[in-house]
Design a protein around this ligand. Structure first.
Ligand SMILES: [Zn+2]
Length: 170
């Protein structure tokens, strides 16, 4: 449990240590299919899946290997999927001030599979769209096209339900 909640102790600046670079690059940067494992704060049961991150740099980029580290920092806490999504996006926004950040998380929640509705193959999709990804439909569509959302989890694409698995404390 200590390991699974070790994200509380992580120092973001230390995680990103020396991995913020100034470059002349302003096309979309995408890191997709980042595996993550987290615990829902309502039931203390795992939720896990894929995280996709994109941003449009202004002057700075983050070392690519640091983005999965960032996902780890926030997923190794007691979480709700919506907050996890938002924290990753907000951190990138704060650290490198890009034109925009997009984060999409698709996750299976064991609190959904094991109890309650017992939908075995359902998963929840959440997104945070900041800046250009929020304001410009074309930018958002380019990102969504590149991550091919519904193919990301094999075998469950037909039963995918966009929604929220762990809202409230029922
Ligand atoms: Zn839950």
């Amino acid at each position: 449990m200590r390991f699974l909640t070790s994200g509380y102790d992580a120092d973001i600046d230390q995680v990103l240590n020396n991995a913020l670079f100034t470059v002349d690059y302003n096309e979309m940067v995408i890191v997709k299919d980042i595996d993550f494992y987290s615990l829902c704060e309502h039931h203390l049961l795992p939720f896990f899946g894929k995280c996709h991150v994109a941003y449009l740099p202004t002057t700075k980029v983050i070392g690519l290997s640091k983005i999965p580290r960032l996902v780890d920092v926030f997923s190794r806490r007691l979480q709700v999927q919506e907050r996890l999504t938002r924290q990753i996006a907000d951190t990138i926004q704060t650290k490198i001030s890009p034109h925009g950040v997009a984060v999409v998380i698709e996750a299976t929640h064991l609190c959904m599979s094991m109890r309650g509705v017992e939908k075995q193959n359902s998963f929840a999709v959440t997104s945070a769209m900041l800046g250009a990804f929020h304001d410009q439909a074309r930018t958002r569509m380019e990102f969504l096209e590149l991550i091919k959302l519904r193919n990301a989890i094999p075998g469950v694409r037909d039963s995918a339900i966009p929604g929220y698995a762990c809202v409230g404390d029922d």
